[in-house]
Design a protein around this ligand. Structure first.
Ligand SMILES: Nc1ncnc2c1ncn2[C@@H]1O[C@H](COP(=O)(O)OP(=O)(O)OP(=O)(O)O)[C@@H](O)[C@H]1O
Ligand SMILES: [Mg+2]
Length: 509
């Protein structure tokens, strides 16, 4: 076995206005999980995109198993045995799981006919190996983000990659699913593959990684064996300063006035008789496993999906919300979990994205856009959320994943909604920015806005919520006040019906 699989040295990469990588290095050994960490915009994804031939490097050298190589395009990387699962998933929503896995290299019958049976069978084998209960013939569009992630992993496995790069694979997964993913990662590692694991969930590094490389502001900081460092040390290397995670005070006794009441909401198998209310100034946490129905409830309230039955009251008035436009009219905002699909106009710039939703507010006499107004608003949110961008005119698709995320948050904040639904608001957000977002949510609640926060991270739910609703298999299985809530109680409710509904990890139940 070679001593190193990958060695990158002196890597330089600039984009217009951004020196994204400067003198970066990285090395990967066979049979190790090597974590790559750093704040949003530190250059982690860019470095890996250089390795996989997505971006050409400006300078530097790449060695693969001791031989210097050029990686001019992604195909070249695949041929070497390097596979990358991207932060923004790259699946074709209208194709099936199997078609996505074998896209571009489908076995064919004769010369043209796609051999559906063969790819379904091969996919089934992969899914069995991963212990995933998922039909190879399901359309990817109908899968949750977590399941799409699993499909990406299956795809990389099918390519027999020796180097597997995972850019925030766990961001969208719940604890059980992460366990399952780690089992698969360890299996690959034990077979001698090298795995590069990018994550903002620092606690998990201890569990899964052998070494950790830290980047900051496009620079290489250090590589350390995981056993020899503390998480606090990693954090200070990442941010270059010490941050104090002061737990924001959950203000006592939010008003008893219900701004939103949901009664007996039903939708197919996804939502079963859901009733709850949301009080003025309250942060109501929604916890549960992925697939528990939390996003479905949010979408039904927002009018993105229509409910089969049920009633919604806003400030005591019964309302009919048939579309997101209706919802916005009633002062409801929804930050969806799948931002690429619903949240952003990736081709447009930061300013336009932040103010897009509110453009009307800036329409002055005869519809002239009041440019000064949009600029001030956008500037305000870029600085309030610490969005890392060379300017307001930067296209959102050029921002790092975490910074794109902050743009979506900014976009909804400009709308002045009374009821805000945040679906996984801190997914993919670094430690420092997370506390900023927590502070922001607290401020909003204190201003009298009411917030539903869906989150798969238990510490976040416990820390932020006045009250917690737990769902399992489409039903509300429990409600806890902030005083009585513990991780154990939440998990008990979250698994009330046995196992997770959609992705069942048969090995881990
Ligand atoms: N195609 C591009 N065009 C212009 N700038 C880019 C492009 N891709 C990345 N950048 C910039 O390079 C820097 C590093 O971005 P990168 O995506 O590598 O960060 P990251 O460490 O992966 O962050 P995150 O944790 O938020 O995903 C950022 O300032 C980003 O805006
Ligand atoms: Mg990234």
């Amino acid at each position: 076995m070679p001593e190193t699989l990958v060695l990158m040295e002196g890597i330089e990469k600039s984009f217009p206005g951004v020196h994204a990588l400067s003198q970066c290095r990285f090395d990967l050994r066979p049979g190790e999980v090597h974590a790559l960490v750093g704040e949003n915009g530190a250059g982690k994804s860019t470095l890996m995109k250089v390795l996989t031939g997505i971006y050409p490097k400006d300078a530097g050298r790449i060695f693969y198993k001791g031989t210097e190589v050029e990686v001019p395009n992604p195909r070249a990387a695949l041929n070497l045995g390097i596979s990358m699962i991207h932060q923004e998933l790259n699946l074709m929503p209208h194709l099936t799981v199997a078609q996505n896995i074998f896209i571009g290299r489908e076995p064919r019958k004769g010369n043209f006919l796609l051999d559906e049976k063969a790819i379904n069978e091969k996919t089934q084998q992969l899914l069995n190996m991963m212990h995933l209960k998922l039909d190879p013939r399901s359309k990817v569009a109908n899968l949750t983000v977590a399941m799409q992630q699993m499909v990406e992993i299956a795809k990389a496995l099918s390519l027999n990659a020796e180097v597997l790069i995972m850019d925030e694979p766990t961001a969208a997964l719940t604890d059980t699913e992460i366990e399952e993913l780690f089992r698969i990662i360890r299996q690959l590692r034990d077979r001698g593959a090298g795995i590069i694991h990018i994550s903002h969930r620092l606690e998990e590094l201890k569990q899964i990684s052998d070494r950790i490389t830290v980047m900051r502001d496009g620079r290489y900081i250090d590589t350390v064996p995981t056993q020899e460092v503390t998480i606090d040390r990693i954090i200070s290397m990442m941010v270059g300063r010490t941050i104090y995670e002061s737990a924001p005070e959950v203000p006592e006794n939010p008003s008893q006035e219900a701004v939103l009441e949901v009664k007996n909401l039903n939708r197919g198998n996804a939502i079963k008789n859901v009733s709850f209310n949301l009080k003025k100034g309250e942060i109501l946490g929604f916890s549960g496993l992925v697939g528990a129905g939390r996003t479905e409830v949010a979408r039904a309230i927002f009018g993105a999906d229509s409910a089969d039955s049920g009633e919604i009251y806003i400030e005591g008035q019964k309302v009919r919300i048939k579309s997101p436009t209706d919802a916005v009219k009633y002062g409801i905002g929804y930050l969806s979990e799948d931002r690429k699909r619903y949240g952003l106009a990736l081709g447009l710039d930061v300013e336009t994205n932040i103010v897009l939703a509110t453009l009307k507010k800036f329409l002055g006499f005869l519809g002239w856009v009041n440019q000064g107004g949009t600029r001030t608003t956008a500037e305000h949110f870029v600085s309030a959320l610490a969005i890392k961008t060379p300017g307001l005119q930067q296209r959102v698709k050029n921002l790092s994943g975490g910074n794109q995320q902050k743009v979506v948050i900014g976009k909804w904040l400009t709308r002045d909604c009374n009821i805000l639904i945040f679906d996984e608001p801190t997914r993919g957000i670094d430690v420092g920015a997370k506390s900023e977002i927590y502070r922001l949510l607290n401020d909003l609640a204190q201003q009298g806005k009411s917030i539903i926060m869906i989150s798969s991270e238990l510490p976040e739910i416990l820390r932020m919520s006045h009250r917690i609703i737990v769902m399992c298999e489409g039903r509300i299985t429990g409600e806890l006040s902030s005083a009585e809530a513990t991780q154990e109680k939440i998990m008990t409710y979250a698994t009330q019906r046995g196992e997770a509904t959609l992705i069942t990890a048969s090995g881990s139940a």
